[in-house]
Ligand binder design. Structure first.
Ligand code: ADP
Length: 590
């Protein structure tokens, strides 16, 4: 526990905001304990000896005259073995431990460390006495869960020669290594380190994200890809299938670690995503997904300020696993709740309001959060690459994306998956609108796609997207003057667009095969649809009746391609040739 000194006295309490005087010497973002109940708070404004404190617990019953204690440290998280499989609140208190101590309705002022002090972990050293180590080097490993090996890293700013290194079972409070630096000072290292959540963890180098984060969801991977280290924004009108998309991403994205941050929903409910998370299985291993997941959520009796902290707690944990060289995917749901917390606190601070009463710094805070995503070379002498991808959900009131939180998010994220109510009600899932969505990574991953998937990937993707756009304008004509106004080729475009939508974009998350599609299979599925289109156009040129083309039984095989197993992908390749032959074989009636 930190040493606490009383210094200040409360002068005002306004919801989650407490003002105290006599705070000289305190620092911005220092954690303080408020009142005799020692509620946890953080200084967010300092003016002379007057501090404004956002309090992470209910302040009811707290009043002027009560003490405020300093801790001398900023809001920090503990980083070490034991993070995985844990369900934390916004300030990294493990919910199960909290509940055990105080019952389901969590009492105030309870201090619980983020990592267990009693659990022993088997530490396997990777360095020996006399070795030189620098910040970010792995001292050794701990098999944290059956799925993840935890690297115990030399914390930033520490380097030197190993004086002593242990092997065996230890708690995180036991010293496992001693490092002597150039000045001869010895640092005692344990299996965990603390890090201030509002500060980005250092890396050696930032790299451009050029590899897709493969999600197995066709509309995403083929049309609107996100990269390892990239950022995406997804709005989620109620019932649009947001939970299913988030589950699918958590299960299937080729990330090693998943961090899920529930910033709180309306009415303070915990999101469904979080409640169902412990039930999810890791499809590749059959183990519970939790074995590579950290969940952060706010309990129902935590005030808005805790939401504000939760995304920082989450991203710091994400950076820590990235530093080990892992590919991390963080999902935050919903950042609108986080922004509302900012707004509420700002209002109570009586700051000058910006658009829709959000503080003027909403944009810079949002950007600073997403900028912590990235693909990097990690600290350490061994060249290690890690990535942290961030997917933020927004929940704009009434689905109106022109509001400030959505706008500020869209300004910084490079991918937008437009979940669409109308598609969901037509039961087109995933209900990601192909006309409004976009990805600014599509160009960056082209070399990867050409090399790993197919040389003509780019042309294929472009052609499919153009056909969908043509459909949109042709539909308008059909609506006005009827389908007869269209040429035969235009009518074929409508049919192909339908095929792209139904046979490719629609994907059933609950079907054992359809639930995941590899990039190669994406390619072959598109290839067969577009080969049919190409050959169809040629047949029309020869004078073949459109009706004859559209009623060919081979269309049935195209529709069923999604249910072809990955290991039978050769069947799809063969189908391309078959389609060509069948259509070329259609006779022209004289
Ligand atoms: P939200 O979280 O946006 O309220 P859900 O994710 O719970 O919505 O989705 C609502 C329902 O839509 C699901 O119960 C499911 O029946 C259907 N659904 C959503 N996405 C898919 C999908 N990819 N495949 C099949 N069904 C889906």
């Amino acid at each position: 526990m930190q040493r606490e000194q009383k210094i200040g006295t409360i002068t005002k309490v306004s919801g989650p905001l407490v003002v105290a005087e006599g705070m000289e010497g305190a620092e911005m973002y220092e954690v303080v304990k408020v009142s005799k109940e020692k509620l946890i708070g953080e200084i967010i404004e300092l003016e002379g000896d007057k501090a404004s404190i956002q309090v992470y617990e209910s302040t009811s019953g707290i009043g002027p005259g009560e003490p405020v204690y300093r801790t001398g440290a900023p809001l920090r998280v503990e980083l070490g073995p034991g993070l995985l499989e844990t369900f934390y609140d916004g300030i990294q208190r493990p919910l199960d431990v909290l509940e055990k101590q105080t019952g389901a309705f969590i009492a105030r002022g309870v201090e619980v460390p983020g990592l267990s002090r009693t659990k022993k972990w088997e530490f396997v050293p990777k360095v020996k006495k006399g070795d030189k180590v620098e910040e970010g080097d792995a001292l050794g490993t701990v098999q944290e869960t059956t799925l993840i090996e935890h690297k115990v890293l030399v914390p930033p700013r520490i380097s030197g020669t190993i004086q002593e290194i242990k092997k065996g079972n230890f708690t995180i409070e036991e010293v496992i290594a001693k490092v002597k630096n150039k000045e001869g000072k010895i640092d005692d290292l344990k299996m965990y380190q603390k890090w201030p959540v509002r500060k980005e963890r250092p890396t050696k180098e930032e790299l451009i994200p050029i590899e897709p984060l493969v999600t197995g969801q066709r509309v995403i991977d083929a049309f609107f890809p996100i990269t390892k280290g990239g950022t995406a924004c997804i709005p989620g009108p109620f019932g649009s299938g947001k939970t299913v998309v988030q589950h699918q991403l958590s299960k299937w994205a080729d990330a090693d670690i998943v961090i899920f941050v529930g910033c709180g929903e309306r009415g303070n409910e915990m999101t469904d995503v979080l409640l169902e998370f412990p039930e999810l299985k890791d499809p590749r291993t059959g183990e519970p997904l939790m074995k590579r997941t950290v969940l952060i959520a706010n309990t129902s009796n935590m005030p808005v300020a805790a939401r504000e902290a939760s995304i920082y707690t989450g991203i710091t944990i994400g950076e820590y696993f990235r530093d080990m060289g892992y590919k991390v995917a963080l999902m935050a749901d919903s950042t609108s709740r986080w922004a509302e917390a900012l707004r509420e606190i700002s209002g109570r601070l009586e700051e000058m309001p910006g658009e829709e009463a959000y503080p003027a710094y909403l944009g810079s805070r949002t950007a600073a959060f997403y900028e912590r995503a990235g693909r990097v070379i990690c600290l350490g002498s061994e060249k290690r690459e890690g990535s942290l991808s961030v997917i933020g959900a927004v929940s704009p009131p009434g689905g109106d994306l022109s509001e400030p939180v959505s706008q500020n998010t869209l300004r910084v994220t490079k991918v937008f998956w437009g979940l669409d109510d109308a598609l969901a009600s037509r039961r087109h899932f995933p209900a990601i609108n192909w006309l409004t969505s976009y990805s600014l990574y599509a160009k960056e991953i082209e070399p990867y796609m050409k090399e790993k998937v197919a040389e003509d990937w780019v042309e294929l993707r472009t052609e499919a997207m153009v056909i969908l756009q043509q459909e949109d304008s042709l539909k308008e004509i059909v609506r006005l003057v009827g389908v007869e106004a269209l040429s035969l080729k235009e009518q074929l475009v409508l049919d192909t667009a339908k095929s792209i939508r139904e046979d490719f974009l629609q994907q059933n998350a609950f079907d054992p095969i359809d639930t995941y599609t590899s990039l190669k299979k994406d390619y072959w599925m598109l290839k067969i649809i577009l080969t049919f289109h190409q050959k169809g156009l040629e047949a029309l040129d020869r004078g073949v009746e459109l009706e004859k083309i559209l009623t060919l039984p081979i269309k049935e095989k195209i529709a069923k391609a999604k249910f072809v197993e990955e290991k039978k992908m050769g069947d799809l390749e063969k189908l391309v040739g078959e389609i060509g032959k069948v259509i070329e074989g259609v006779k022209v009636e004289k």
